[in-house]
Ligand binder design. Structure first.
Ligand SMILES: [Zn+2]
Length: 281
């Protein structure tokens, strides 16, 4: 049993067998972490330059393999989150000569490939989004079309959707796209969120101010590091021990209810996962 005697979930991190890989999972577990949502790395980080949806499959299989190994280490559970990084649109358009429409179609095909894996019960969420930097209106529209497609496919296969977006505290419009696609807006999670968000569920970066804001909101939230496991960017993001450390800080500050909200109630509401029942005694 972990030191906290309760689940501690990092809602968004990456693992790379070429870098820290499972050592990052061991660090997380030693610090008191119990559950992980592992997001596939951007396809180009694995040297994949896709031409078809099927070309994404090895990226997803590698994530699934690492998740299986992580499960052996954790007192709790790990699950994959699979999809297409929104930054791919710029690589396709600017470096490979794709039209925005062709980029959109290929990224939707990648989402379909992720949905096929999820339909086998092998992922709890899809991953999509739009660039956080300025892009042309054609690229922006193509990216939004990919998000809407991802909403439809997540609804089809009965999983949630994590989004990478611009910095914002209002994704009401995206929540409406989800509703129109038959996906509950609460099942749409903005990764790399600050403390408050309208329209979807925030996965809050472990910045103390953001966390205090989320705690004070009384709303559902998740906690994440976006640990990228990239040897070229050491220290570019929070390390794998950060969520357990912030949980300790919240508990010491008297926020037991908020910790339960972020690590038990919100994961159940958003992903349908039971972090308590999956925690070994
Ligand atoms: Zn990430």
């Amino acid at each position: 049993m972990s030191e906290f005697d309760q689940p501690v979930l990092d809602d968004h991190l990456h693992l790379d067998a070429e870098n820290q890989g499972l050592d990052a999972v061991r660090d997380f577990a030693r610090a008191g972490g119990t559950h992980l949502l592992v997001v596939n790395k951007p396809s180009w980080h694995l040297g994949v330059e896709p031409d078809t949806g099927a070309d994404f499959r090895p990226v997803f299989e590698e994530t699934a393999r690492l998740v299986e190994a992580a499960r052996e280490i954790l007192d709790g559970e790990a699950w994959p989150v699979l999809g297409v990084h929104p930054g791919l649109v710029s690589r396709l358009v600017e470096e490979r000569g794709f039209s925005p429409g062709d980029a959109r179609d290929l990224m939707c095909a990648g989402i379909d490939a992720a949905a096929a894996v999820a339909s086998e019960g092998r992922a709890v969420a899809l991953k999509s989004g739009r660039p956080h930097y300025d892009v042309s209106s054609a690229v922006w529209e193509a990216s939004n079309a990919v998000i809407r497609h991802a909403c439809e496919r997540a609804a089809d296969v009965g999983v949630s959707l994590q989004l990478h977006t611009e910095s914002t505290d209002d994704l009401t419009a995206v929540g409406e796209w989800a509703s129109a696609a038959g996906l509950a807006p609460e099942a749409v999670v903005k990764h790399y969120a600050s403390g408050r968000l309208s329209g979807c569920t925030p996965s809050v970066m472990c910045d103390k101010e953001y966390l205090q804001d989320a705690v004070g909101s009384g709303e559902r939230f998740l906690m994440e590091t976006d640990f990228i496991d990239d040897a070229d960017r050491p220290g570019a993001v929070m390390g794998p021990k950060t969520v357990p450390r912030r949980v300790r800080w919240l508990l010491e500050s008297g926020h037991e209810d908020a910790v339960r909200r972020a690590h038990v109630e919100t994961p159940a509401a958003v992903y349908g996962i039971d972090t308590e029942a999956t925690l070994d005694g």
